[in-house]
Design a protein around this ligand. Structure first.
Ligand SMILES: Nc1ncnc2c1ncn2[C@@H]1O[C@H](COP(=O)(O)OP(=O)(O)O)[C@@H](O)[C@H]1O
Ligand SMILES: CC(=O)N[C@@H](CCC(=O)OP(=O)(O)O)C(=O)O
Length: 300
C-alpha cells in the first residue's frame, strides 16, 4: 500500500501515540479470549491474528484462549445430537464431550494457530490436557427451581471448572517466544475429560499469570443494560443486582463472573469488548478509545 504525505503523517502520529502503551506493556502478559461468535467472520479472524502477532512483536506476551460454542453447535446439529444450556453452560454427556473435544482441540484450535502463523507469528495450540495445563473438577450448578421454590443443584454432565492451572507449559512456550493458543478442555486426576467455558479458563489463566489485562472478545458491544447502553466500571454489588433483575443472562453470566474474579485475583483490568470491530484488540491496547466494558481493581 502506498501512502500520500498526509496519510503517512497520520500513521506516524498513531505510532507515536502508541509508544507509551508499548513501553508500559512490554514484557507483560495479556490474555485474550477469542469467542466462538467473534470468530465466524474470516476477515475478523484475520484481523484478530494480525493484532496478536503485532502485540508479540512489540514485546508483549499474548496468550490466546478460545471458545467455539457456535462451531460445536453446528457439528452437534449435523450429527443430530440435541444440545442445551443451563446458566450459560452446555449440558455435556459423553457423546457431546467427544464432539466438544474434536471441535475445540481440533478444528478451531488449529484454525487460530494457522492464521497466526500465516501472519508471521509462531503459535502453538494446546488443550488443557497438554502438560497438565488445566486440572479440572466437575462443576456443580445451582439453579432456581420454581417447583421447589428454592435453588437446587443440577447435574450437567462433563462440565468442569478450573481446579488448578499448571503454568509450566505456558512458561516454556512464552520463554521460547511462542504464542500459546489454548482450548478450554480440562482433565481430573482420574483422567476424566471436562468441557469448560472458555471465559472461565481465560480468567483463571490471567489470574495465575498475573496478567496486565484480560480481554474477552464477544459478539456484543460490551455488557449492556436493558436499553442496550454499554455499562462500564461496575462494582461486584452492581453486577449482582444486574444478575438478579435479569439484565445479565446466558453467555454473559460466566463472562462477567470471570472478569470480576480475575481483577479480584490481581489482574489489573478486564475488558469485555466487541470482537465484531476490526482490530478491536489493538484499539483497546494502544489507544485511549475506551471500547466495551471495563472492570478494573480501581472500580469502587
Ligand atoms: N446484559 C447483557 N449484555 C450483553 N450481552 C448479554 C447480556 N445478557 C446476556 N447477553 C448475551 O450474552 C452473549 C455473549 O455470550 P456468548 O454467546 O457466550 O458469547 P461468546 O461466544 O463470545 O463467549 C450475547 O450475545 C448476549 O446474547
Ligand atoms: C461448558 C460450556 O458451555 N463450554 C463451552 C466451551 C466453548 C466456549 O466457551 O465457547 P464460546 O466462548 O464461543 O461461548 C461450549 O460447550 O460451548
Amino acid at each position: 500500500m502506498s501512502l500520500n504525505r498526509e496519510s503517512a503523517l497520520n500513521v506516524a502520529e498513531v505510532l507515536t501515540e502508541a509508544l507509551p502503551y508499548i513501553q508500559n506493556f512490554s514484557g507483560r502478559t495479556v490474555v485474550v479470549k477469542f469467542g466462538g461468535n467473534a470468530m465466524v467472520d474470516p476477515a475478523l479472524h484475520e484481523s484478530f491474528a494480525r493484532d496478536v502477532v503485532l502485540m508479540k512483536l512489540v514485546g508483549m506476551n499474548p496468550v490466546v484462549v478460545h471458545g467455539g460454542g457456535p462451531q460445536i453447535g453446528k457439528l452437534l446439529e449435523k450429527l443430530n445430537i440435541q444440545s442445551h444450556f443451563i446458566n450459560g453452560m452446555r449440558v455435556t454427556d459423553s457423546q457431546t464431550m467427544d464432539v466438544v473435544e474434536m471441535v475445540l482441540g481440533g478444528s478451531v484450535n488449529k484454525e487460530i494457530v494457522s492464521s497466526i502463523s500465516r501472519n508471521g507469528g509462531k503459535a502453538i495450540g494446546v488443550t488443557g490436557k497438554d502438560g497438565g495445563l488445566i486440572q479440572a473438577r466437575k462443576l456443580k450448578v445451582n439453579r432456581y427451581s420454581p417447583e421447589l421454590g428454592a435453588s437446587e443443584i443440577v447435574d450437567i454432565g462433563q462440565v468442569g471448572e478450573v481446579e488448578k492451572i499448571d503454568t509450566a507449559v505456558l512458561k516454556v512456550l512464552i520463554g521460547s517466544d511462542f504464542i500459546p493458543v489454548i482450548a478450554p478442555i480440562g482433565v481430573d486426576s482420574a483422567g476424566n475429560t471436562y468441557n469448560i467455558n472458555a471465559d472461565l479458563v481465560a480468567g483463571k489463566i490471567a489470574e495465575v499469570m498475573q496478567a496486565e489485562k484480560l480481554m474477552l472478545l464477544t459478539n456484543v458491544a460490551g455488557l449492556l443494560d436493558k436499553d442496550g447502553k454499554i455499562l462500564t466500571g461496575l462494582s461486584t454489588p452492581q453486577v449482582d443486582a444486574l444478575i438478579e433483575d435479569g439484565t445479565i443472562t446466558g453467555g454473559m453470566l460466566p463472562k462477567i463472573a470471570c472478569a470480576l474474579d480475575a481483577v479480584k485475583g490481581g489482574v489489573s483490568s478486564a475488558h469485555i469488548i466487541d470482537g465484531r470491530v476490526p482490530h478491536a484488540v489493538l484499539l483497546e491496547i494502544f489507544t485511549d478509545v475506551g471500547i466495551g466494558t471495563l472492570i478494573s481493581n480501581r472500580t469502587p
